[in-house]
Design a protein around this ligand. Structure first.
Ligand code: GLA
Length: 723
């Protein structure tokens, strides 16, 4: 049993193998956070915050001199003396924004309930603590799901209006955590298109540190992920807390050291331009947040997220299943293709081991560039006179499966869909909506739009033999208004839009359970756990230059498993940065992903084809490691001239290793790379290098030649052997 309530101390003990999360109901009924960290025995901790000093802090009970401003809380109300970041802001019918939530009851559920219309982790034992604000007739449920073998807790909240008038929810966090120390660094993944998820570390101060997006998407710029860690934490040392939102829309995670030496961190839907009208008897559910803990550095924290997402988030039909090796035509043809060109490409792929051909943008409507046709999801017969049937037939002939690109959330002004429904895109009254990549966003807050897309895309999937869908979304939101919603609900637009996206994703993935979906958003602009729930892998970045990928994949792996990242071998000079890297390096880098090709196969030599076949054979051989293994990051490109990581099987019998030298240097040092995660007693054989004992590999390391060239890689498997 991982959740226990001690009646005597009014304390909740949540625990997994390696962590404890403890809070209590204090004498006044507030939920007081006591401890989150390394596993503890169930001691009475109710003494921890007694007699806290509070000069000049307003006291909710004058005679006791207790101020909410000094109490660590599980959920922070507004207007009663707690000046830190509030978790909830409600505007009542009488204009008041003051809330005062106190403990009412709790229950422990054996099965985790789903969230209505939003993705959530699967899981078991769940605590629901209900708080009430009597004056406003509001109830708040705080959900905690505990994972025993993984150091993670899932949290979310639900607010219910038990009164007779509507109220406006101006803000509601998925979680709040007050930790009784303030000496943290914070780490986040910021970025830009083609430069996604770079690691940025700062010292947490008394100013609010915020990771947020206001773009109606989780964004390239700020992944919904934050870490708080010891000042001296590194990959393998130090106490580290990770926070990740299972949400793809505008989000915010805020952290702040406070004057009493504590840290508050909370997160959820971004409150900017958000307001939700909650009628009498209605409730509102937040997205779920994941809190993970490591007592020994970032790498172990990443492993917690990876195991959690593979086991409890990603569709179990696909999570551990071999991923198709793709050939995508985007970079080899862009919009400039016809039936013959595609068939020739497919013919070239025959027998290489490539198992799925994905037809990217440009196959529909009158789409010959990015100025038209989004929304017209019927075949462009000028380009493809034989329809998809001819292409699928060619694939079948070559023993290759067929995949198709869609951008379901978008509409072009020059499209039949826009001419039929000029009111179906996100736009404010009296202004022409901004375009981005010449397109608008469909109003997914309007259920008619979502229903229409279910019908149209559903029809394409029903009538064609399609085994793979790439779901793209190439712009973020502006105007934030829905022509469908009434005036008083306009600030619900961005969140309702997201609920519409989830509904379409739910429908398509449930109706077509054998179709494999890949997420994408102008590269990796929506790489978040909510998307991963529907789409087992996500296009990590439009930038598939091998050197840039070292940074992008290293950063992304902080939170997301390797099997969630798509990575392709693309053309050189690279289309994004113009760099030339060895084909072997591109292959090795893409092997640590869900792999594929984006090459013009016509431009390749016989020798290149042999390389492709041997790469795919190698990749298929290490699939189980990429899908199930433990990742160890060894050398960070953010910190030095090398990128290196390895993946070890759970039973420590096999591993795969990669090192890349970023820039060649004259008279450079020989790097010794210490391996991780092996069994120190076992002997391991490394092809071309010899047999070594685990403790030697982990303490002495492997030595690499100093004359490795720019962006050169070495990549090999490691096998335990009998001695
Ligand atoms: C985005 C994607 C690319 C490709 C294009 C097509 O940029 O990231 O992979 O699909 O759209 O327009």
């Amino acid at each position: 049993m991982s959740i226990r309530f001690c009646e005597q101390n009014k304390t909740f003990y949540l625990a997994g193998k390696e962590y404890s999360y403890i809070f209590r109901v204090n004498d006044e009924g507030y939920l007081e956070h006591l401890y989150y960290g390394k596993r503890l025995s169930e001691e009475n901790l109710s003494w921890m915050f007694e007699k806290m000093h509070c000069s000049f802090s307003p006291c909710y009970m004058e005679w006791k001199e207790i101020s909410l401003n000094v109490i660590p809380q599980e959920f922070a109300t507004y207007g009663r003396g707690d000046y830190r970041i509030p978790s909830v802001l409600i505007k009542a019918h009488n204009g008041s924004r003051i809330t005062d939530f106190r403990y009412k009851t709790h229950t422990i559920l054996q099965e985790k309930p789903a969230i209505l219309g939003m993705p959530t982790l699967r899981g078991g034992e769940t605590l629901v603590v209900t708080l009430e604000d009597k004056a406003n007739a509001l109830e708040l449920d705080l959900y905690y799901t505990v994972y025993e073998e993984i150091s993670a807790v899932a949290r979310r909240s639900v607010i219910r209006n038990g009164g007779e008038s509507a109220v406006s929810v101006l803000k509601i966090s998925s979680f709040n955590l007050d930790i009784n120390r303030a000496d943290f660094d914070s780490v986040a993944l910021y970025g830009a298109p083609t430069r996604e998820r770079e690691i940025e570390r700062t010292s947490l101060s008394h100013h609010i540190c915020e990771v947020s997006s206001t773009r109606g998407a989780s964004s390239h710029q700020a992944n919904p992920f934050m870490v708080l860690c010891d000042k001296n934490a590194d990959e393998y040392n130090g106490e580290v807390y990770g926070f990740n939102l299972i949400y793809s829309g505008s989000h915010s995670i805020k952290a702040q050291a406070t004057e009493i030496g504590f840290t508050r961190i909370s997160g959820g839907i971004n409150e900017q331009d958000f307001s939700w009208l909650l009628g009498a008897g209605e409730s509102f559910e937040t997205p779920e947040a994941v809190l993970a803990y490591s007592d020994s550095g970032f790498n172990k924290l990443s492993q917690q997220f990876h195991d959690l997402y593979r086991e409890y988030l990603i569709n179990p039909n696909f999570s551990y299943k071999k991923r198709p090796v793709l050939l995508n035509n985007w970079e080899s043809t862009y919009f400039n293709f016809d039936e013959k060109k595609l068939c020739d490409l497919i013919e070239k792929a025959k027998g290489t081991g490539i198992d799925t051909f994905v037809l990217d943008d440009g196959w529909f409507g009158k789409r010959n560039d990015d100025w038209s046709s989004l929304g017209d999801w019927f075949v462009n017969r000028d380009k493809l006179p034989g329809g998809l049937t001819a292409i699928i037939e060619k694939c079948r002939e070559c023993n290759i499966k067929f995949g198709l690109w869609f951008e379901p959330e978008m509409i072009s002004e020059n499209s039949d869909l826009f001419r039929a429904h000029p009111n179906w895109h996100i736009a404010a009254p009296n202004v022409k909506a901004c375009k981005s990549r010449h397109q608008w966003m469909l109003d997914f807050a309007n259920p008619d739009v979502v229903e229409y897309m279910k019908k149209v895309i559903g029809e394409m999937l029903r009538t064609n033999d399609i085994s793979y869908v790439k779901w793209d979304a190439n712009r973020t939101m502006t105007e934030f208004c829905s022509p469908y919603l009434p005036t008083e609900r306009q600030q619900e637009t961005a969140h309702r839009y997201m609920l519409g996206v989830y509904e379409l994703a739910r429908y398509l993935t449930e109706t077509f359970p054998n179709v494999f979906f890949e997420g994408c958003a102008g590269g990796g602009g929506r790489f978040d756990p909510a998307m991963l729930y529907y789409f087992p892998q996500i296009w990590t970045s439009d930038n598939s230059d091998a050197a840039c990928r070292a940074y992008i994949q290293y950063g992304t792996s902080m939170c997301y498993p390797l099997s969630a990242m798509s990575g392709h071998i693309s053309i050189c000079p690279n289309h994004q940065v113009g760099r030339v890297t060895p084909m072997q390096s591109r292959m090795d880098m893409a092997s640590f992903c869900a792999t594929g090709y984006e090459l013009n196969l016509h431009a390749l030599t016989e020798e290149d084809f042999l390389k492709i076949s041997s790469h795919i054979t190698f990749y298929n051989g290490i699939q189980d490691l990429i899908l199930r293994g433990d990742l160890y990051r060894l050398l960070s490109p953010f910190e030095g001239n090398y990128f290196s990581q390895m993946v070890v099987s759970k039973d420590k019998m096999r591993a795969v290793f990669i090192i890349m030298k970023m820039f060649a240097k004259c008279n450079d040092v020989y790097p010794f790379v210490k391996l991780k995660g092996l069994d120190k007693h076992k002997y391991y054989s490394i092809e071309g290098m010899g047999t070594f004992k685990g403790d030697v590999l982990m303490n002495v390391g492997l030595r690499f030649p100093k004359n490795m060239k720019d962006f050169e890689t070495k990549c090999f498997t490691i096998e335990a052997v009998e001695t």
